[in-house]
Each structure stands twice: as structure tokens, then as C-alpha cells.
Design a protein around this ligand. Structure first.
Ligand code: DAH
Length: 360
């Protein structure tokens, strides 16, 4: 039975040397597989005498068991080693500072638009929208600006291209948000209370004008609305928006085709030391146009002027942002200069609250 001792030494040695799963499997097949050496030895048992078989049989079985358990032990220790190796190589130092990540900022125009919406939402206004490419009926005619009216020239309007022979009335890039008044009343009738923030376009470019800028329109229509309601609303808005209690507004008689009477509104401010302060000093700065909606405008939008009346106003969002956050040049809003955006931008959690302030 020296053969058994030899097989044992040979295979236990090979198992110990096997460095991975597939070489262990090769050893297993060679030793205890169907055609392995141990199986061949077992086949020989049939030719032995019963006495010989009684001795050889148990020894072969013991050898088989020993090889099988050596294989299982080796597999387990290889798996442990692999796990050790993974733990070593995938080790992570959680005390390391994280890599700096780029965070974007909210553009001042978006921020101020949200602030305005929050304040007017608190006063019961909802947000209305209209298209930026308007036809001249909504942008002009319905607002009591007929084709020959001088106000059409004052607007520096961008007209959309028309092919020769195409005689449809022109489309324009809307020059103000006022056409949203018409669209809203046409669709929803009266009474109503809306604001309409959005982009508007005029062919003009200098420190305080860009070809695209932003306005917010306001419209309140009901059966007993007066100029006094307009005055209160705008004062309340300015107090909340600029976060100053003693805001003073001056209503200056003016003229717009779509309101009668019309007023431009100036806000009291000081420029002491080159710094703008709202509600102090004795300078006045114009911030918006307003008035009582012209009966012709109500009629054009399908609202009966003998039953309803109301006020409207329009102000520049960019201008309000410049005033509130001390931004000197309007053009910088649209230059996409990252350094400017990081300086004047807002963190996404600087949410406007219902009173226009920023809650941090
Ligand atoms: N649409 C005017 C403009 O762009 C602003 C304006 C003035 C709007 C008076 C109004 C208003 O609703 O009543 O200059």
C-alpha cells in the first residue's frame, strides 16, 4: 500500500501549491475525479482477494476524504486571501477632505423675479404668461396704439422678417409685457389679478439698455377698483421688495396710450457716498409706469368697461435688481462672465419668502 502514501503526498503537495481556483479544480479532477488516480485505484479493488480488499478499501476511502477536505480548506483560505487583498487595496480614508465641487448660482434676474412673484402671490395675484413673438394686434392695436400712433416709433421694435408679397400683419418681438393683459382678459375675463413677468425686446444698447430685458406687468380688474388701490399696492410691494418700512413713492402724471389717467412712479432715495439707499435722502428715481386701464383696452380684450375697471402697471425687473443689489451696469447681466455670476449670483437655498426678504 505504498502507492496510497505516494498518492497522498503527491496530491496534498499539489493542493498546497495551487494558487487559484482553476488549478485547485485541475488537481481535484486528476485526484478524485471520475477518471482520477484515486478512482483508478478503486477500480482495482474488484480484482483483489476479499482480505486485500478489506485492507485497501478503507484506506482508499480515507485518502479520498482527506484529499476532498484538503481541497475545501485550500479553497477557503484562497477566498480569505482574496478578501484580505480587496480590503487592503480598496481602503478608503474617510477623514480626507472632499474634492472641491463646482456649484452654480441663481442669476440675480431669476432671484428678483421669484421675489416679485412671492410678494404678489401674497397679495392674491397669480402669474400669467404670453408669447415673446407677438403679433402687432396684441403688442400695439389692442393696447390703443393704432398703426399711425407715435408710440410705435418710440418702442424701437424688432419686426420679424416677411417674404415679399406676404401681406399678413407683422409679427414683432414683444416690446413690453402689456400684451399679456389682453391675452389674459380675452381668455379669462374679469375680475382678475395677475402679474406677468418675462422677456421683452427693443433695439437699444448702452449702460442702461440692452436689446433684451425683463419686465413685470401687473393687472387688477374688478367692479370698484380705483387709483387709491393702485397706490397702496405699489407702496406695499416696494416696502416688501426693498425691505424698508418708510418707502415714499411719488405719482407723477404721465401718458400711456393704454391707461387713463396714467402715472409714472418715482421712489425716494439717497445717493450719498455713491451708494443707493431706498427710503432716505431727497432724490427721486423713476421705477415704473402705471395707470387706470383705458376703456378701449378693456373693450379690445372683451371686457365691458361700463361694468369693470382696474389698474395696470409695468416695471423693469433688471432695473429693480440693479437697485436692490447695487449692480451698476445692466449689460453685465447678459455677458455670462463666470466671475460676475459667482459674485452677484445667489445660492439655491436663498429662497425668497412671502415678504420678499431672503431667508437663509
Ligand atoms: N408697457 C409700458 C412700457 O413698456 C410700461 C407700462 C406703463 C405698463 C403703464 C403698464 C402701464 O401696464 O399701465 O413702457
Amino acid at each position: 500500500m505504498d502507492g496510497i502514501q505516494e498518492l497522498k503526498a503527491k496530491y496534498l503537495g499539489e493542493i498546497a501549491d495551487a494558487g487559484d481556483e482553476s488549478s485547485i479544480e485541475a488537481v481535484r479532477l486528476a485526484a478524485v475525479g471520475k477518471k482520477g488516480e484515486v478512482a483508478l485505484e478503486m477500480r482495482k479493488l474488484g480484482k483483489m482477494t476479499p482480505e486485500e480488499r478489506q485492507v485497501a478499501g478503507p484506506k482508499l476511502n480515507a485518502l479520498k476524504d482527506e484529499i476532498n477536505s484538503a481541497i475545501a480548506a485550500r479553497k477557503a483560505s484562497l477566498a480569505d486571501a482574496a478578501l484580505e487583498e480587496r480590503l487592503r487595496s480598496e481602503w478608503l480614508d474617510v477623514t480626507q477632505p472632499s474634492r472641491p465641487s463646482q456649484t452654480g448660482t441663481i442669476h440675480p434676474i431669476s432671484q428678483v423675479t421669484e421675489e416679485i412673484i412671492a410678494i404678489f402671490a401674497d397679495l392674491g395675484y397669480s402669474v400669467a404668461e404670453g408669447p415673446q413673438i407677438e403679433n402687432d394686434f396684441y403688442n400695439f392695436d389692442a393696447l390703443n396704439i393704432p398703426p399711425e400712433h407715435p408710440a410705435r416709433q418710440e418702442f424701437d421694435t424688432f419686426y420679424m422678417h416677411r417674404d415679399e408679397g406676404d401681406n399678413r400683419p407683422p409679427h414683432v418681438l414683444r416690446t413690453h409685457t402689456s400684451p399679456v393683459q389682453i391675452r389674459h382678459m380675452e381668455k379669462h375675463g374679469a375680475p382678475c389679478r395677475i402679474i406677468a413677468p418675462g422677456r421683452v425686446y427693443r433695439s437699444d444698447y448702452d449702460q442702461t439698455h440692452t436689446p433684451m430685458f425683463h419686465q413685470v406687468e401687473g393687472l387688477a380688474i374688478d367692479k370698484n377698483i380705483s387709483m387709491a388701490n393702485l397706490k397702496w399696492t405699489l407702496e406695499e410691494f416696494c416696502r416688501a421688495f426693498f425691505e424698508v418700512d418708510n418707502v415714499e413713492l411719488k405719482f407723477r402724471a404721465s401718458h400711456f396710450p393704454f391707461t387713463e389717467p396714467s402715472a409714472e412712479v418715482d421712489i425716494k432715495c439717497s445717493w450719498a457716498g455713491g451708494q443707493l439707499k431706498i427710503g432716505e435722502g431727497d432724490d427721486w428715481m423713476e421705477i415704473l409706469g402705471s395707470g387706470m386701464v383705458h376703456p378701449k383696452v378693456l373693450s379690445a380684450a372683451g371686457v365691458d368697461p361700463s361694468e369693470y375697471q382696474g389698474f395696470a402697471f409695468g416695471m423693469g425687473i433688471d432695473r429693480l435688481a440693479m437697485l436692490k443689489y447695487g449692480i451698476p451696469d445692466l449689460r453685465a447681466f447678459f455677458d455670462s462672465d463666470l466671475r460676475w455670476l459667482r459674485h452677484y449670483g445667489f445660492a439655491s437655498l436663498d429662497m425668497p419668502n412671502m415678504h420678499g426678504g431672503i431667508s437663509k
